[in-house]
Design a protein around this ligand. Structure first.
Ligand SMILES: Cc1cc2nc3c(=O)[nH]c(=O)nc-3n(C[C@H](O)[C@H](O)[C@H](O)COP(=O)(O)OP(=O)(O)OC[C@H]3O[C@@H](n4cnc5c(N)ncnc54)[C@H](O)[C@@H]3O)c2cc1C
Length: 386
């Protein structure tokens, strides 16, 4: 898949200034409250339509901004500095709009695209089930032909935005026993009969992701709701996974960079034993290690971005796995080191370090767990290093 070249530099710089202003006005003041009340901020996500962020990578002819993949990641980084859960929710609803814009039929675009771009409706992509996560080919939600339609039954779990999304790309098995070959995807309307929402989960944090699930009870999907037929569903799901892994890696970098800025500033002002604590080698070396790993994580992420922008999704598999594995393994110790450098003050909610730590935990599962990234790299060893 080819990617847009994006906005000219000056236009993109303008957009970033607006995103920072939007973030500081609409998101930053509420992040702690959303976490305390376990609230899914659907309205705040919808309000990103003010800047066109709900369709940022979609072409302007279809109502989007037409930013490039690298530019989209920069926008997500800016948002992730304050709330990675917010950015993650936003990009997930954006992805559904982008999928419909790119591959949807005119009917599907007519029915859902305008609502997704305006934030009237939120989108989700649903693969995971209570009994199947990493092993996606073992999903049991099934779709059976029913005259001109499909009848769907099953349950989806751990779905971003499921707290209130109504435009859902859901994957289902059409021929039990055939694994990946039988998986198809459908466009599900969460306002239709047969759709039953499960209450969002109480988690250790990151409630702005709106993670929850839903049941399909004899849900009737019309022929026109079939997105990818059996045999194509599995590869359709994997087609955009490298992009997702790369933006998760990038978000981890953004969270560490913001935390490092806070801790360097703090350690430059706070004194112990007659000098700023950053001048104690025992402390500055801990932060130097964070900076060093941040540079490495950024370099791996930049490499994955470049390969993805070249349009060869096969070639992007390994760079995306390397970027996500490295970023998700370094992000938690890095955030802990930044917190430690601020002494007890690092525990205060206002510095967002705890908020980022739970988001870092989430990053280790979404779009392929850290172990699955390691496995992907392990499987490439003989072809790469012989
Ligand atoms: C906040 C949040 C949002 C999410 N959003 C979505 C979404 O929008 N849509 C969606 O479909 N899913 C979503 N997920 C689900 C996510 O994709 C799964 O959590 C992930 O695929 C792992 O599946 P699991 O949690 O069932 O763990 P399991 O697959 O049960 O794995 C449990 C543990 O075993 C490890 N493991 C499994 N297989 C192997 C192996 N072969 N080798 C080594 N270790 C292995 C895993 O890495 C993990 O540590 C979300 C999850 C979270 C936490």
């Amino acid at each position: 898949m080819s990617h847009s070249n994006g906005l000219p530099e000056d236009k993109f710089a303008e957009l970033i200034t607006q995103v920072i202003e939007f973030r500081d006005r609409q998101i930053a003041p509420h992040v702690i409250e959303w976490e305390k009340t376990r609230m899914f901020p659907a309205d705040a996500i919808a309000s990103a339509q003010e800047l066109g962020l709900l369709g940022m990578e979609i072409s302007p002819e279809l109502g989007g901004l037409g930013v490039s993949f690298a530019q989209k990641l920069k926008v997500l980084d800016v948002l992730s500095e304050v709330s990675m859960p917010y950015a993650f929710s936003l990009v997930n609803t954006h992805n559904v709009a982008a999928r419909l814009a790119r591959y949807g039929t005119e009917d599907q675009k007519d029915r859902f695209l305008v609502d997704l771009l305006s934030g009237n409706k939120l989108g989700s992509t649903a693969l995971t089930e209570p009994g199947a996560g990493s092993d996606f080919s073992s999903i049991t939600t099934h779709a059976t032909p029913d005259k001109d339609s499909w009848r769907l039954n099953g349950e989806k779990a751990w779905i971003t935005n499921a707290a209130s999304s109504t435009v859902i790309v859901a994957y289902a098995q059409t021929e039990p026993g055939t694994g990946a070959r039988g998986i198809a995807s459908f466009l599900i309307d969460g306002t239709q009969e047969g759709f039953e929402r499960v209450a969002p989960y109480d988690l250790i944090g990151s409630h702005a992701i709106g993670t929850g699930g839903f049941r399909l009870n004899n849900y009737l999907a019309s022929k026109a709701d079939l997105l990818a037929p059996a045999g194509e569903g599995f590869s359709a799901a994997l087609a955009t996974i490298n992009e997702a892994r790369t933006y998760v890696a990038s978000m981890c970098c953004a969270m560490v960079e913001a935390s490092l800025r806070s801790s360097v500033e703090y350690a430059s002002k706070r004194e112990s034993f007659g000098k700023p604590i950053i001048e104690h080698q025992g402390l500055s070396w801990q932060l130097a290690r964070v900076a060093n790993q941040l540079e490495a994580a950024r370099a791996l992420t930049t490499k994955a971005i470049m390969v993805i922008e070249n349009g060869d999704s096969e070639a992007a598999i390994l760079p995306a796995a390397h970027a996500k594995k490295f970023a998700t393994e370094f992000v938690e110790p890095a955030l802990t080191a930044c917190t430690q450098a601020m002494g007890a003050n690092g525990l205060k909610e206002e510095f967002l370090l705890g908020h980022r730590l739970t988001a870092a935990r989430v990053a280790n599962y979404v779009d392929g767990s850290t172990e699955i990234m390691t496995d992907r790299i392990a499987k490439s060893l003989r072809s790469t290093y012989t």
